[in-house]
Design a protein around this ligand. Structure first.
Ligand code: AHR
Length: 551
């Protein structure tokens, strides 16, 4: 963590000197940010701004797919408003078809003439959320109307890379080869290429990103790490390439399960090393789902509510999300023991707060939940953690894009709105492809009482990056009680101009709805330039973004 704490009051001046002797910091500032413009740490992969879409509840059917004959504005059956808004934030990559669904999915069901596509039972049909639907909707019985062709077209319309998760639990390895062949074999070369052409896609899709199973420690097969390592070899060895720079992503741990990573890497790189240069990603999933403050590990009982929460719940959710940085550090350290050059990077392809059911906008939206200002702050601090660890994290995907956990968009039939999370992604898009810069944040900790005992959380954190002559700074003030008067200094450069944007709300529960789709939206933030420093006030419970032009 690149953040130093200092005390309010008399200790502050000393702390300021310790922080940096170069700038004369204003004594009235609560917080300070120092950006080391000449200390780049690595390029921020645009792909850490990716999204995740699964055949679950209202994500694909209702969220992404409305059908060509729908009255809802669409392009080839795909919701046009979704495409437009995704383009606005430059979504670079979309993961599909799961999630747990991926390991029950036969990709062949989703290609070929639509009228001949079979209906199958959806993986989530027996989930308690789905079971209560008692409907024959696509949430329970998968129509396969949306398959590989539709997904790749969706990515093309958005301008995103497709990231496909292959079925390792219930299809043999040859089917993985064949899926790669269907997607990537040259026009006219194979029977599968002919089938692709017959569907209107003669040219190969050139899909680069392939997940080798999903959560193989759980719904993806309940494997031991050693068993999964053995399967991983079978599924990925001699996979057809067609000149595509394949990026194979292994199914990594649940949260920070160090044992899973150790044992998998030991098996892969140990006695009989498996060298496959396409193995470049190790997936990590981190959900902030247990908000019970240590009282239970029960999957249902430990969850909090998306809309009903108090001050302590606010900080606890942020603390849970903030754990991602430690997970990245710990997993990276283990991987480095086996792969010292770090050829394999981290892929955080599912993350976000996960609440109990009850705030979904339609009963068919399994795992649908509302998204408040709390979630926007949580998403922002997660993206900042990825930016700070640009050399370690190559891909990330928010779970999930629409009508699900931590969504950027909520919609039902012809109604659609962007959640506060969308605005976070809009404010953070400027980091994509930038050089991550060492940045020091200094602010007093926040103190509160949790179950009768003192607790604390950091007072300000964020990330900075540089592209050409523009520095982007993003930061989060998680403090519910007060604004932070903040000074920002950039080392060894002159500031030409600066502009600011902010996402904030008077109420921590604030969220957008069909009736009030702009209750939470981006506003302009005042920032003043004083030579080499900037000063601004960062309101309570807010996310900010500064764009700083260098002279
Ligand atoms: O995102 C919902 C589910 O959470 C995914 O299907 C699974 O991978 C994870 O457990």
């Amino acid at each position: 963590m690149e953040r130093r704490q200092f005390l309010k009051g008399s200790a502050m001046a000393g702390a300021a000197l310790a922080f940096s002797g170069k700038h004369s910091w204003a004594r009235s500032a609560d917080s300070r940010i120092e950006i080391f413009v000449d200390e780049p740490k690595g390029q921020i992969s645009p792909n850490i701004y990716g999204q995740f879409t699964e055949h679950i509840g209202g994500v694909i059917y209702d969220g992404v797919w409305v059908g060509e004959s729908s009255k809802i504005r669409n392009q080839f059956g795909i919701r046009a408003e979704l495409i437009d808004r995704m383009k606005e934030i430059h979504v670079p990559l979309v993961r599909w078809p799961g999630g747990c669904f991926a390991d029950s999915y036969d990709w062949k069901d989703g290609i070929g003439p639509v009228s001949q596509r079979p209906t199958r039972t959806n993986f989530w049909a027996n989930d308690p959320d789905a079971a209560r639907l008692h409907e024959k909707g696509p949430q329970v019985f998968e129509s396969n109307r949306f398959g590989t062709n539709e997904f790749v077209r969706f990515c093309g319309l958005v301008g995103a890379e497709p990231y496909l998760a292959a079925n390792l639990r219930s299809l043999p390895p040859l089917e993985f080869d064949h899926w790669v062949e269907y997607c990537n074999s040259p026009a006219g070369s194979t029977t599968l290429a002919e089938m692709r052409a017959a569907a209107g896609f003669p040219e190969p899709f050139n899909v680069k990103y392939w997940g080798v199973g999903n959560e193989s420690w759980g719904c993806g097969g309940d494997f031991t790490p050693e068993e999964y390592a053995s399967e991983f070899r079978r599924y990925t060895d001699w996979i057809p390439r067609y000149g595509v720079d394949l990026q194979l992503i292994g199914a990594g741990p649940n949260g920070n399960d160090i044992d899973w990573t150790h044992r998998f890497f030991d098996e892969i790189f140990g006695n009989h090393p498996y060298r496959n240069s396409s193995f470049t990603g190790w997936s990590v999933h981190h959900y902030a789902s247990n908000l019970s403050r240590g009282k239970t590990n029960d999957w249902i009982l430990s969850k909090g509510d998306a809309l009903q929460f108090d001050m302590v719940d606010w900080y606890e959710l942020l603390r849970e999300c903030d754990r991602v940085e430690q997970i990245v550090a710990d997993q990276w350290a283990v991987m480095g023991q086996y792969d010292p050059e770090h050829h394999i990077k981290l892929v955080v392809d599912e993350y976000g707060p996960w609440y109990r059911e009850g705030t979904e906008l339609d009963p068919t939206h399994i795992f649908g939940q509302q998204v408040t200002m709390r979630d926007a702050v949580a998403t922002a601090l997660t993206l900042d953690a990825f930016n700070r660890n640009a050399e370690k994290v190559s891909v990330a995907a928010c779970a999930q894009l629409v009508n699900n956990i931590n969504a950027l968009f909520l919609c039902h039939e012809d109604r659609f709105f962007a959640t506060p999370n969308f605005h976070v992604f809009a404010m953070y898009a400027g980091h994509q492809g930038g050089q991550s810069l060492r940045t020091e944040f200094s602010a007093p900790d926040i103190h509160y009482v949790r179950d009768g005992k003192p607790a604390s959380f950091w007072g300000l954190n964020g990330s900075a990056s540089r592209k050409g002559n523009v520095v982007t700074l993003t930061a989060v003030n998680p403090d519910l009680d007060g604004p932070s008067d903040t000074q920002v200094a950039l080392r060894n450069v002159k500031i030409a101009s600066a502009s600011g944007r902010i996402l904030k709300a008077g109420d921590m529960h604030a969220h957008n709805t069909f009736e009030n789709p702009e209750a939470v939206k981006i506003a302009t933030l005042d920032v003043s330039v004083n030579g080499e420093t900037l000063s601004l006030s960062i309101p309570a419970a807010s996310v900010i973004q500064l764009e700083i032009a260098l002279a």
